[in-house]
Ligand binder design. Structure first.
Ligand code: C5P
Length: 223
């Protein structure tokens, strides 16, 4: 089977995860959430009592990250040393520190290697992240960059957290969204930005269904 790679990048709160997962289902492809991998690395660092800003210590602690990506009844699961941490990687301490950990070049190198290996399996794959179209798969067959205003993204994140049973205040979420965007787009290693050849979609005034229709159409153009 030919390897068709679909790269979906953009900041938090654009509907990226839901869209990428649903798109993978529609086009019969595998789905990989690369943000979950950076979150797992961050949880590992925090559990080891390491300062996330200490790049050398973070590199050392994540060199042999015992990370596994699996599925359970169709839902993707993230395992750290065989422990299912899929829920814990979404908690506030991890979210607050993931930008620091993901800014460490060595962490990125290790995870990008794994991401490329997982994407090379054949068939259609949908990879979702910040640097898929620019760094991980610069020759991906389809590149999409999703954006939305910070206010819209913070509102979506707040609703999403509450729906999942996590406490969330809009103003705090908005501040965190803006701060994480700033860190992710100004870091030296693989900053968040659209690839020159990405299709940019502003989702602020679109429903998930409307965006999904566009993504399916873009994917089908390459069939
Ligand atoms: O997508 P999610 O919000 O789970 O990503 C968490 C964090 O992981 C991002 O804020 C970013 O710092 C980092 N990340 C990254 N490169 C990726 C995916 C995520 O640096 N490809």
């Amino acid at each position: 089977r030919p390897n068709r790679r679909i790269a979906i990048d953009g900041p938090a709160g654009t509907g990226k995860s839901t869209l990428a997962r649903t798109l993978a289902g529609r086009v019969g492809g595998a789905y990989l959430d690369t943000g979950a991998m950076y979150r797992a690395a961050t949880l590992h660092v925090l559990r080891a009592g390491i300062d996330p800003e200490d790049g050398d210590a973070v590199s050392a602690a994540t060199a042999d990250l015992p990370l596994e990506i699996g599925t359970d009844a169709g839902a993707e699961r993230i395992l750290l040393a065989s422990e299912d941490v899929s829920e814990e990687i979404r908690t506030a301490p991890v979210t607050a520190n993931v930008s620091a950990v993901s800014a460490v070049a060595q962490v990125r190198e290790n995870l990008v290697r794994l991401q490329r290996r997982l994407a090379a399996g054949g068939g259609t794959v949908v990879l979702e992240g910040r640097d898929i179209g620019t760094v991980v798969l610069p020759d991906a067959e389809v590149k999409i960059y999703l954006t939305a205003s910070p206010e819209v993204r913070a509102r979506r994140r707040t609703d999403q957290d509450r729906a999942a049973g996590r406490a969330a205040e809009y103003e705090e979420v908005l501040a965190a969204v803006i701060e994480r965007d700033r860190k992710d787009s100004t870091r030296a290693a693989s900053p968040l930005r659209p690839a020159a050849d990405a299709v940019v979609i502003d989702t602020s005034d679109l429903t998930l269904e409307e965006v999904l229709d566009r993504l399916v159409a873009l994917a089908e153009e390459t069939e």
